[in-house]
Design a protein around this ligand. Structure first.
Ligand code: NAD
Length: 523
């Protein structure tokens, strides 16, 4: 595997003044800070202020105040701000890409996915929010006498707790529909990646979203995250299944709802008729984006027994040629893992799998020569059920190959385990489409790993089983931030009947009316 010799450039291209501008967006009064470090070379990046529970309180008070006026703005005004954000994100992409790389360690091409996803999301909700949110007429109980309109009322203040792996888009893209629906947001980015979230928030303000509408606090999830859940009207969380369950319990205790985008152990099935070269090429993209630290990334690959050798050779030779690098340019295919903890997990999963009989086909080594947390993209075969990585999420550049005999067997294997986030099928679209509903996953990509669905903002995205609750994207992604409110208007005759009629007479009349309605096809 090639190690690019371009040196890591994380001596932050951001000046002290620029860092101060960004960190000033955090609501804090503690005077305390925490230093963040870049995974690319372990160098310090910034001293990031830490917020207290009192700061979270102040953030909610400010957000509640700002939300009152924001919820009264027109769809047109919100649409304008979102489209302006779209343009600003593309205009400022160089700094955004630098920050994503510096804070997460990923390669620039994978960082760009976040910029594109945020722009796509901004355009999608800008163009659709009126259609998705406008009051809708529904059928009233008594035709012409009762009319019903359903409003989508904003929940109020939404708490967003976002992770480090897609630190721009999992923070800002998830919040856009919340503010598009007239809510305010109190947001806690992961402690590893606050600057990129702050840069996104700065662009929101430049796009015309009032400062109070999106508040940022920073600090440990157990303290600041908990304080957010204690005060929010809705919580949007992206992170691990373990933390997601804690959040669900806290939300349930307050009787507020939440969306949880959690972990996955995503399968790819190469169908018998698949083009092996295309499938092998697609598998590289699907397994190693963001060094495998992507919730929808593929970690299990099922290949027909009689094409196994052919696929394995095509896949392994492509993985061998991937270039690893730590610089802020477009040359590297794969960047770094985010932390020592991620490196330890990947190292332990490979050691454990080989101790249980697996073979490393390619990769299998840490690369401290490139940066402190680099690990080679790794392909295993012969992974047995006893191995941790057989069913447990690695969240790193590690994938296991398995042969199968029949498509039914492949589907059963793909449905093994407890997750249900994403799946990929390679082969003839018609055949794959028929298989898709049999797969227990919130998204199924045909002849793609994950981006056909993830990049299509009109499509709901989220997990079944232990992979989460609720959906981001699509109409579902904005409606989650609203309460449907039914407004009924009664005309001429009260529902209980006119005062001059005896209840029994009215009941008879109503019974006749109900029978007529039963025979009226459209009623
Ligand atoms: P994590 O659950 O440890 O942390 C995620 C966020 O939650 C961070 O901001 C953290 O500070 C906060 N947090 C931690 N404990 C908390 C608590 N008790 N209360 C409130 N907030 C708390 O997750 P991680 O390890 O940083 O992220 C990786 C995981 O996230 C992986 O399992 C991955 O699959 C999952 N993920 C899922 C998606 C998705 O869309 N489904 C996307 C990205 C990551």
């Amino acid at each position: 595997m090639t190690a690019l010799d371009t040196p890591a450039v994380t001596a932050s291209p951001l000046s002290a003044t620029r860092l101060a501008e960004l960190t000033a967006l955090i609501r804090t009064t503690t005077g305390e800070s925490r230093t963040t470090y870049s995974p690319l070379d372990g160098a310090p990046v910034a001293d990031v202020p830490v917020s207290s529970v009192a700061d979270v309180d102040a953030a909610f008070a400010a957000a509640r105040e700002a939300q009152k006026a924001w919820s009264r703005t027109s769809f047109r005004e919100r649409r304008k701000a979102l489209l302006r954000l779209h343009d600003l994100v593309l205009e400022h992409q160089d700094e955004l890409l630098d920050l994503i790389q510096i804070e997460s360690g990923k390669s620039r091409q994978h960082a760009y996915d976040e910029v594109a996803h945020l722009a796509l999301t901004a355009r999608f909700y800008a163009r659709r929010l009126r259609k998705q949110l406008r009051p809708r007429r529904r059928n009233g109980a008594l035709p012409t006498l009762t009319s019903i309109t359903v409003n989508q009322v904003p929940k109020g203040v939404v708490g967003i707790i976002s992770p480090w792996n897609y630190p721009l888009t999992m923070a800002v893209s998830d919040g856009l529909p919340a503010i598009a629906a007239g809510n305010a947001v109190v947001h806690k980015p992961d402690s590893q990646s606050p600057l990129i979230a702050l840069a996104g928030v700065e662009l929101l303000r430049a796009a015309g979203i009032p400062a109070g509408v999106w508040q940022v606090v920073s600090g440990a999830g157990s303290v600041v995250g908990t304080a957010i859940i204690d005060r929010a009207d809705y919580v949007c969380f992206t992170g691990s299944t373990a933390t997601g369950k804690l959040i669900a319990q806290q939300a349930a205790a307050r009787l507020i709802s939440c969306s949880l985008e959690l972990g996955g152990k995503n399968p790819m099935i190469v169908l018998p008729g698949a083009d092996i070269d295309k499938a092998a090429e697609g598998a590289v993209q699907s397994c190693f984006s963001s060094a495998g630290q992507l919730c929808v990334s593929i970690e299990r690959l099922y290949v027909p027994q009689d094409r196994y050798e052919e696929f394995s050779a095509a896949f392994v030779s492509r993985v061998q040629h991937l270039a690893l690098g730590a610089s802020l340019d477009w040359d590297a295919d794969i960047g770094s893992l985010v932390s020592q903890a991620q490196l330890d997990t990947v190292t332990a999963h490979v050691a454990d799998a080989t101790a249980h009989g697996a073979t490393v086909l390619v990769g299998g080594k840490a690369r401290p020569d490139i940066g402190p947390y680099f690990y080679e993209p790794t392909v295993l075969e012969g992974v047995t059920e006893a191995a941790e990585c057989f069913a447990g999420e690695t969240f790193g550049p590690l994938v296991s190959l398995y042969p199968y005999s029949t498509v039914d067997e492949a589907v059963a294997l793909a449905n093994g385990g407890e997750y249900g986030l994403n799946a990929s099928l390679w082969g003839k679209p018609r055949e794959a489409r028929a298989i898709a509903p049999l797969i227990k996953a919130g998204t199924v990509n045909i002849n793609e790993g994950f981006s056909a669905t993830f990049g299509s903002i009109d499509a709901p995205m989220g997990g079944m089983r232990q992979s989460g609750l609720g959906r981001r994207q699509g109409a579902e992604g904005i409606l989650r931030y609203t309460e449907p409110q039914a407004v009924g208007v009664q005309r001429l005759v009260p529902m209980a009947g006119p005062a001059f009629l005896k209840p029994q007479t009215y009941a008879r009349l109503l019974t006749t009316g109900l029978r007529i309605l039963r025979r009226t096809p459209r009623a």
